[in-house]
Design a binder for this molecule. Sequence first.
Ligand code: FES
Length: 164
Amino acid sequence: MPVIRFVREGVDVECYPGENLREVALREGVELYGLKGKLGNCGGCGQCITCFVDVVGESSPGSLSGRTGVEEQKLRRRPESWRLACQALVQHSVLVLTRPQVGFADAEAKIATAKAAALPAGPTAWPMSEEPTAEDDAAISEGAATAEEGLGGRQETTTSGEEG
Ligand code: FES
């Protein structure tokens, strides 16, 4: 699975591919926000512009999902490597600096050290459940039949409404 290396905090966090960077950071107790964001943030809607991170390294290009339209608009005057954590999905291992607008001691040395340590390429494993049992198969078939019945009724209504 991808690893997010939080350079300022000096921690590596593993997550599932496709997880939201902000959500992983908050879950793991990594402080994303400066004072303004702590006092009030948009909760991940891409509106408050307080969840900046600087992507300082990637295991491979495209480690995070591409910039969203919101980011293109809100980050126009920021460095290209900055992202809004709430808009970024983690695809592969990545190094990020939280609160890049706030300096800290030995920042360059810490970043260099973080870059020098190897990152797993990721995703190295996908979440897998145990092999399905015969009971699971029966439950899935039963559920599908129920869903088809319900869907059939809804389709008729929708179709007749659209054609009219
Ligand atoms: S949490 Fe508000 S822009 Fe990301």
